[in-house]
Structures are given as C-alpha cells and as structure tokens.
Design a protein around this ligand. Structure first.
Ligand code: FAD
Ligand code: FES
Length: 509
C-alpha cells in the first residue's frame, strides 16, 4: 500500500482552533503530535479522525462529507466519522479516532480513542456456517465483513489460487512497474485469517455445488457442507486463439503468479507486444515502459477504450501512452505469433520477445450453471445478491444484479464493486436485508494520469464533456435519454465523488 506523508502539517489541533473557523460541513487537516488528524464539523457534531485513508493513504480533507461519513477522493472508500469504521471498500481498516472538546469557542482534539466494535446483533438467525468460493476481492471482503458484524460461526474460503487474497489492481500498476513493495500486495498479513478464525484453503478448487444438500465438492472428492454459500469465482482471461498463442513468451495477467512470471520474463526481454488496448493491456504497457521495454499495442478498434469511455477520452489515453513512447497498431488483429514475431491482419510483422494478451475476461460461471442456478450472462442475483437458490449468494465479476441507477440488470468487472458486493452479501447472509444500490466505481492509471469512473454506461446515446480531456482536466457524463448513467473524470476527484452521490440519490428517487 502507498504510504501517508510522514510529517503532518497544519495547525496543532491539541492547542485548539477557533470554532468559528470551522463552518458546519467543513474539514480541517491538522496534527496532534506526530499524527495527521482531520477535524470535521458536521450536523452540529465534531469529529477527529486520521487524515489519511487506510487504503492507499488518500488525503481525506480533499474528499467529501456525506451523511455522517467521509469519502476518500482517490478510490471512493467511505468511513463512518463517529466510529472510524470503513463503511465502503476499498478501505479495509478503521481510521484512528481522537476525542474532541469545545471550550470557550475553541475546539481541542484530545486523546486517541480505542477501536469501537459494532454492537453485537440482536438475536437473529445466523447461518450455521459460511462457505465462500473464491479468495479474491469479493470473497475476502465477505469473510472480513462477517467477522466485523460479529458472526461467530465457521467461515471457510476455498480458493483455487495459490496466493492469499491480493491487491489485484496493483498487479498491472506499481507491482508490475517495480515501484511497489512486495508486502503491499497481500490484502492482509499472513496471520490475519487464522486470527480471525477464517479457514483460508488455498489451491483448493470447488468442482460442484449441491444447493439441495447444501454441500460443495472439492477437487480431491471431499465434501463440505454450508449454512450459507457465497459464489465469488471471478473471471479468467480470454485466451487468444491464433497459431503460436500457447508459446511460453505469451502471457496473460490475472493472478500474482501470472504477474511474477511476467516480471521474470520482462527482466530479459527487449520488446513487448501487448495485444488488446483494454484497461489491463494499457496499464501493462505503461508498467513495462517504466521497465524500459519497447512496447507496441495492437488492437482492432480505432481508439483505445473508445467503447467504454468514448472517443475524446480514447484519444487522451492514446496520446498519454504515445508521449511515453508506446507505439499503437490500431485497426489490426493478430493472426499468428512466433518466438520472435507477431503477425497482424494488416500484413505487418512486429518483433517481440514478450507478448501480453489483454483481450478481456470471461466470468467463471460453470459451477453456478452446473448447480442449476439461474444464469444469464452472469449469475442472476436479486437486490440482496441472493441467487435463485436459497442461502446461496453471488458477488463480484460473476454477479448480474438489478442496478437501480441504470434501471438495468448489469454485471461489472471492477475491484471496488466486487468488494462492496462481498460486504453486502455478508450482511444479507446475517439477515440485514440491505439492497445493493451503490454506484459502481473504478479507476485506471496510465503513468500520472488517473481516470475515475462512477456508474455504468454499457451503451449511451449522448455524452457531455465539461473541461478539456487533452489537458487532463475534464468530466465526461454519459446519458441514455434523460437518465444519467455514468461520469468519468480526469483530474477532478471531488467531481467524481459528487457524481457518485448524485447517481445514488437519483436512483433512490
Ligand atoms: C491485473 C488486473 C488489474 C486490475 N485493475 C483494476 C483496477 O484498476 N480497477 C478496477 O476496478 N478493477 C481492476 N481489475 C479488476 C478486478 O481485479 C476484478 O474486477 C476483481 O478482482 C473481481 O473480484 P472477484 O472477487 O469477483 O474475483 P477475483 O478477484 O478474480 O477472485 C476470484 C477468486 O475465485 C477463485 N476461484 C475461481 N474458481 C474457483 C473454484 N472453482 N474453486 C475455488 N476457487 C475458485 C480464484 O482463484 C480467485 O481466488 C483488475 C484486474 C486485473 C487482473
Ligand atoms: S486511497 Fe482512499 S480509497 Fe484508495
């Protein structure tokens, strides 16, 4: 994880600040001893919490106050101001808190407060046990939430991956570029799962679910029973189907092992061809440029990411990469790969001693289909993320849910969304009946340019641009009729947070 600045600045809040300097709805970043502290006045209450987000250290003073919470400007985590608890991923840890007192027209921040556990739930019927299939974003968030909500029963995560839950988005960014410490990558330290009494079974593939018997079968033939089940099997990279696509220097990127293999190969490579101008493909291109490889990107479309972001942002992304030395070969498909060449449909041949394909992913639906669950381009879930089988939930890349913002059933492949699904599925397993109505959010980073995107616009009939994409300062709004579907921003983090709130309020009516 990135770290918060080490020496905090701003007023010494222990010495007090005039109350009149802090309007209702205002935030003030200051310090107490060596700690950066955020003082907040909202709805007549005063709060003092850590000034930096527990995800990557985002400056919360530049975020947004929304109904008793503060949202982080970088990746939209939200913390409850009273308890410091993260109420929306991607943050997983609480903010530290301090006592606050008002005396003689001044506000003083006092001693650090202990962590506050949520109240033990009133007598409710909890599942006897919870089994989670998938140790990724959604599975991990669900397991953590169950414990946070003080569920005491057994929790088992079966994960086909050999690595514990990891910060997957980092695999195409800092970790691949060589600028992240390896210890940023696991979501939790080694002993976390044992301490939380979460039985994390790595390298363990589930091969069958029997919703009638409430059991799952593992690859070794053994069975495990469940009271409630979460399916969070994520997605697999689509494999290129051309001659040579199975050569050893052709890579995909999904897991930590994939990334380590790619880093090892990049160490001795000179020229990489990235196939696919997807988010992952282009982030890989940026990271490999940081490793000083010569990078060429091949894709069939006229502009990278045009289908998702529109032509203007597509042009911006292309220009950013070209300025960093990436060569594009657009309007072209790959027809074959040899050990030192990639052949294109245009007849062109590109030298390459490393090839990475980023041509999309396919959700892992086989278990759900074989179990007879309702599946329609994703596992069909209701607003509570429950599948067609009682006690079986689905979350993350595989789940298709009724999204109140677009009015459509949608399936989305985003990190933060998968974690939030995991949180809601866990709460609903515990009988909390919370419909999922949060706006999907993703970010994508290309060198120093970050695109934040809230909502979901699979298809739009109009887009509106405020600002100038070429100057990396804009907000692009995607409309269908008079319904606002999504907003993408560059260099406008606060606008992105405001758009998130507006989309969620629009859906709530
Ligand atoms: C390199 C990379 C960069 C990304 N960057 C971003 C980004 O910047 N922003 C963003 O929003 N999104 C990003 N994403 C997408 C994001 O990581 C995914 O949307 C998210 O991980 C989905 O979470 P999930 O829990 O549904 O699935 P995953 O995180 O993929 O987890 C699925 C888990 O299920 C396990 N599994 C599958 N089948 C079985 C089985 N039969 N039995 C047992 N276990 C099984 C897998 O081993 C894995 O542990 C990125 C993805 C990649 C690969
Ligand atoms: S740094 Fe705050 S959400 Fe990522």
């Amino acid at each position: 994880m990135a770290e918060a600045p080490s020496s905090p600045s701003g007023p010494d809040l222990a010495q007090g600040v005039p109350l009149q300097d802090l309007a209702d709805g205002a935030m003030l970043a200051g310090r107490v001893g060596d700690e950066a502290v955020l003082l907040v006045r909202q709805g007549g209450e005063l709060y003092a919490v850590a000034a930096h987000c527990t995800h990557y250290g985002g400056p919360l003073a530049e975020g947004l106050l929304v109904e008793g919470g503060v949202r982080c400007p970088w990746h939209h985590a939200c913390f409850d101001l009273r308890s410091g608890r993260p109420v929306r991923p991607p943050a997983l840890n609480d903010l530290n808190r301090w006592s606050v007192e008002e005396r003689d027209g001044r506000v003083f921040v006092g001693e650090a407060l202990p962590e506050e556990l949520p109240p033990r739930p009133a007598a409710a019927v909890f599942p006897e046990s919870v089994v989670i299939i998938g140790g990724g974003a959604a599975g991990n968030a669900a397991a953590e939430t169950l414990r946070r909500e003080r569920y005491e029963g057994p929790i088992t995560i079966f994960s086909a991956d050999s690595a514990p839950p990891c910060d997957r988005p980092n695999l195409s960014k800092d970790y691949l570029a060589g600028t992240a410490q390896p210890d940023w990558i696991p979501l939790r330290p080694d002993n976390f799962y044992a301490e939380q009494r979460i039985d994390l079974r790595l390298d363990t593939r589930v091969t069958k679910i029997d919703p009638a018997k409430r059991t799952v079968t593992l690859a070794d033939g053994s069975e495990a029973s469940y009271g409630a089940l979460l399916l969070a099997t994520g997605a697999e990279p689509v494999r290129l189907q051309v001659p040579g696509a199975d050569l050893p220097h052709v890579h995909v990127l999904r897991t930590l092992a994939d990334c380590d293999a790619l880093i090892a190969a990049a160490g001795s490579a000179r020229r990489c061809v990235v196939i696919g101008a997807s988010f992952i493909g282009l982030e890989v291109a940026a990271s490999l440029r940081k490793r000083k490889l010569d990078v060429h990107v091949v894709a069939p479309e006229a502009r990278p990411m045009e289908r998702v972001l529109g032509p203007e942002l597509g042009d911006m992304v292309k220009a950013v990469h070209e300025a960093h030395g990436v060569a594009f070969h657009l309007g072209a498909n790959v027809t074959g790969i040899t050990k030192d060449r990639v052949r294109l449909s245009t007849g062109e041949e590109l030298e390459a001693d490393l090839v990475v394909t980023g041509i999309g992913v396919r959700p892992n639906l086989a278990l759900a289909e074989a179990a007879g669950l309702a599946v329609d381009h994703g596992v069909t879930v209701d607003a509570f993320l429950q599948t067609s089988a009682p006690g079986v939930y689905a979350a993350g890349d595989i789940a298709r849910w009724p999204d109140p913002i677009t009015g459509d059933d949608i399936r989305v492949e985003h990190w933060v969304l998968a974690e939030r699904h995991g949180v809601f599925a866990a709460r609903n397993m515990l009988g909390q009946k919370q419909p999922f109505a949060e706006a999907p959010f993703f970010w994508s980073q290309h060198y120093h340019t970050v695109i934040n995107y809230v909502g979901h616009a699979e298809k739009w009939d109009r887009l509106e641009i405020d600002g100038d994409p070429a100057k990396h300062d804009c907000a692009v709004t995607y409309w269908r009729g008079d319904r606002k579907l999504a907003v993408a921003t560059v260099g406008r983090d606060l606008d992105s947070l405001r758009a998130e709130v507006a989309l969620e309020r629009q859906a709530a009516g």
